[in-house]
Design a protein around this ligand. Structure first.
Ligand code: NAD
Length: 467
């Protein structure tokens, strides 16, 4: 049994789910495969009707689900509402775009007629992290089901409860298994799993990719980020910009893949920046009970996360914002700005995934772009400047899957553009047409040259070079 405590009050058990043994994972994958056979030949309109009904059911339960998500993750209630609302929007976006994205393409020229089909894989294994369990699962579930796959999702044991409810609200050939690495490995290594979609950290990603590779199962990975936020020398430290930056750093207690995790400022402006950042935090950052009005940051996810975040608070550091929480009864960490740590300090080189952020000085644009692009992670980035042309030109030099100008936040996400990292932050894309394309494989029919659907057969056609 997996019992989940409330990170804000760890004596309180929010709920529990049965842990899936390897045998149970096996049985669930076999059941998903049986469901896939029926589902893959179900007309796409019927498949999409299931997603529409799922979106409605989730929306109807939004208030209750948001409270459950806040209690199991420690994320503030408004963010939980936003995450689940975004998942509903994404479901509807998939419904609106799937028919076009998954339609056959017909190529007809003097060499003959080709029918390019977009076919499902079979059973898709979706392995997801705890920090945004609903949207990150939905980014896999919705396109995979629309395309005709069955899905078995395995959420993190740190946040299994809300997704467990949502899976039941959607139904169809969607199944869930629970547990940690063992359940994940049983799922990824299963002979009937035909595609693996993973979001999480590098260690888990490496293990999942190795297992999938061993079976030659195609996989997509979305990994961590160590996003730089670069202030050019003309960037103002105005209140609105600073408020946005503080929340882009400390939303979900800094436990967001695309949080601003390293702040770079011209060395001669660093003292002014620290003052402006602290003033912004005093305005917008209130740490406390995630269900309470006015609170903008809750606890971190676990005792281990609290311990490692607390250890990062060293050197020249400043506490930020208003702290109205008890570190002894909840996994709270005081939000912290660390000024000018060594460039090889782990808080700079690694993803801290905690409410502790470094600010570093730089001397030239060349040096700051090199520092920004150092490391293996390349998820997001931002550049801040009074001159938007200059900012866009600078943004082109980031090695990151997506860059923001004068902001660095999740509300900048767009369904029109793909999300995903470069370097080792991931392969595969989510959102947009690229995200839909991950769940189909192309199968091409080479029809006779004179073939027309429904017409009687014609002889002949040019010979093609056999490859
Ligand atoms: P994690 O890698 O510990 O776990 C992710 C999932 O993988 C969980 O379901 C976990 O149980 C499973 N897992 C872990 N080891 C496994 C193994 N050996 N075999 C099979 N399954 C295994 O990550 P986490 O702590 O839950 O999430 C935080 C990480 O996720 C951070 O690095 C964060 O940046 C990243 N993340 C990335 C994105 C993105 O879209 N790029 C989004 C959110 C979070």
């Amino acid at each position: 049994m997996i019992s989940r405590e409330n990170p804000a009050r760890f004596d309180e058990i929010v709920g529990s789910v049965a842990e899936s043994s390897p045998n149970e994972v096996d049985a669930i994958v076999w059941a998903a495969d049986a469901a896939y056979r029926q589902w893959s030949v179900t007309p796409i309109e019927e498949r999409l009707a299931l997603l529409t009904a799922g979106a409605e059911a989730i929306e109807d339960a939004l208030a209750e689900l948001s409270v459950l998500l806040a209690r199991e993750t420690g994320k503030v209630l408004g963010d939980c509402r936003g995450e689940i609302g975004f998942a509903v929007r994404y479901l509807r976006w998939v419904v609106a775009h799937a028919i076009e994205a998954y339609a056959d393409e017909v190529l007809d020229d003097e060499l003959g007629l080709l029918i390019k089909q977009h076919k499902p894989y079979g059973v898709v294994a979706a392995i997801t992290p705890w920090n945004a369990p609903v949207i990150l699962s939905m980014l896999k579930i919705a396109p995979a089901l629309a395309a005709g796959n069955a899905v078995v999702v395995k959420p993190s044991p740190l946040a299994p409860l809300t997704l467990n409810r949502i899976v039941r609200l959607i139904g169809g050939p969607l199944r869930i298994v629970h547990g940690g690495a063992a359940a994940g490995a049983a799922l990824v290594g299963h002979e009937l799993v035909r595609k693996v979609a993973f979001t999480g950290g590098a260690a888990g990603g490496r293990a999942v990719a190795a297992l999938a590779g061993d079976r030659l199962t195609p996989s997509v990975l979305e990994l961590g980020g160590n996003d730089p936020a670069v202030f050019l020398d003309d960037a103002p430290f105005d209140d609105a910009s600073m408020d946005r930056l503080v929340m882009a750093t400390f939303a979900t207690s800094g436990q967001v893949c695309m949080a601003a995790k390293r702040l770079y400022v011209p060395s001669f402006k660093i003292a002014d920046f620290v003052d402006a950042y602290r003033a912004a935090a005093a305005r917008v950052l209130v740490t406390g009970d995630p269900l309470a009005d006015g609170v903008t940051m809750g606890p971190v996810i676990s005792a281990a996360a609290q311990e490692s975040a607390t250890a990062m608070r060293r050197g020249d550091f400043h506490d930020l914002g208003i702290f109205d929480a008890d570190e002894k009864t909840g996994y709270f960490v005081r939000p912290t700005l660390v000024v000018s740590p060594a460039s090889n300090d782990l808080i700079v080189t690694d993803e801290q995934f905690a409410p502790v952020v470094p600010v570093l000085g730089y001397e030239s644009e060349l040096s700051v772009i090199e520092m920004s692009n150092s490391g293996e992670l390349g998820l997001g980035a931002s550049v801040w400047s009074a001159d938007e042309d200059r900012a866009v030109a600078f943004a082109r030099r980031f090695e990151a899957g997506f860059c923001f100008i004068n902001t660095h936040n999740r509300t900048g996400m767009s369904l029109r553009a793909p999300f995903g990292g470069v370097k080792r932050s991931g392969w595969g894309r989510e959102y947009a047409s690229e995200g839909l394309a991950e769940y189909v494989q192309t199968c091409v029919i080479h029809a006779p040259a004179a073939y027309r659907p429904g017409a009687p057969p014609q002889a002949g056609g040019p010979a093609a070079y056999p490859v």
